[in-house]
Write a protein that binds this ligand. Sequence first.
Ligand code: NDP
Length: 404
Amino acid sequence: MAKVLIIGAGGVSSVVVHKCAQAAEVFDEIVLASRTKPRCDAIAASVRERTGRSVETARVDADNVPELVELIRRVRPQLVMNIALPYQDLHIMDACLETGVHYLDTANYEPLDTAKFEYKWQWAYQKKFQEKGLMALLGSGFDPGVTNVFCAYAQKHLLDEIHVLDIIDANAGDHGLPFATNFNPEINIREVSARGRYWERGEWVETDPLSWKMSFDFPEGIGPKNCYLMYHEELESLVLNLRGIRRARFWMTFSDNYLNHLQVLKNVGMTSIEPVQFQGQEIVPLQFLAGMLPDPASLGPRTRGKTCIGCLMRGVRDGRPRTVYVYNICDHQECYRELGSQAISYTTGVPAMVGAMMMLTGKWMKPGVWNMEQMDPDPFLEQLGRYGLPWVVSDLTEERTEGK
Ligand code: NDP
């Protein structure tokens, strides 16, 4: 039985809090804190209605380390889950070190003034966490998160070496709005507008933003979709932790409509993170744009269709070539019926809860700073399906051989 402090009260957090409440045998007490307390109260009210459990709420600015430390000392949790934004990662890690509490997040640190994410800032905490006997679990969402675990599963059970990895993320859902992002708009647009990057033969290769495209035929009725090569944070740790890796890439689907809107917004300067003067005030165009776009948490009732996120892996097993595809399919409307959320929040929130469960039940407890593929995939995957995200292993070896 454990007490958990969850920071951030957006779309993903709502799923995390509901799922922790469902797993009452692990999460004995739940405290939810964010900058805007009414958002925490609204989530707590929904949890009470759906599960009958109560969630304590508080206000905190997670960029203010002394304020965080005070809250953690008062609440005395075993684990702090950072479900706010990547900008808060290091502040919350500092507060955890000061108070002797374990840490988990879903996205790696990104400095506010540079649209660049890298693990180096968080990996630098390895020794500090080890010395204090504390654990920090990085990237416990879907991608990063479950995708790392799918790779670890393949490495443990399916392939002796993984030579080629393609992580493919499809949101085949439709919210019917001209333009909206399915998670925090500022983080989403920073990620999508960045230069592409993939790993090949021991080095990183850069591409212009969204300049590489392929069509992938997604399973279970989703069908063929255009996917664009992007850089994604899990590649950085996976290329270090997968045996025999020669090439690793990440792809995401976008509709022509999304890309056209993004191009226009970029052309007129609205995706820039450089501050500009507007009517005597300094504003950051992307922050202003993010403020105008729909709140991702509000997309639940109107989003229909499915997501399909998985890892296509080619390698060898017992000296013979083998290709496997490990994936999850999630239905937006089913998520909405269960928790009032759309599938992107749901597919991120469930693994965050399962990662926390792994730590708090001791299955993954190991002092230091770790990425998900460094842990045993089996207990995690056992719980993932149980809490709403079943996964499929498909052996494509025969199909590939016949096609040649
Ligand atoms: P939202 O914008 O919906 O929610 C973010 C929340 O963080 C808001 O409640 C906001 O509070 C809170 N917050 C922001 N700054 C602070 C602060 N300084 N102190 C306290 N709280 C703060 O985002 P999402 O729920 O869509 O995304 C949450 C996280 O999940 C992001 O880091 C995102 O990158 C990550 N993510 C990871 C994925 C994965 O698969 N690994 C996929 C999708 C998202 P307030 O409302 O008061 O401003």
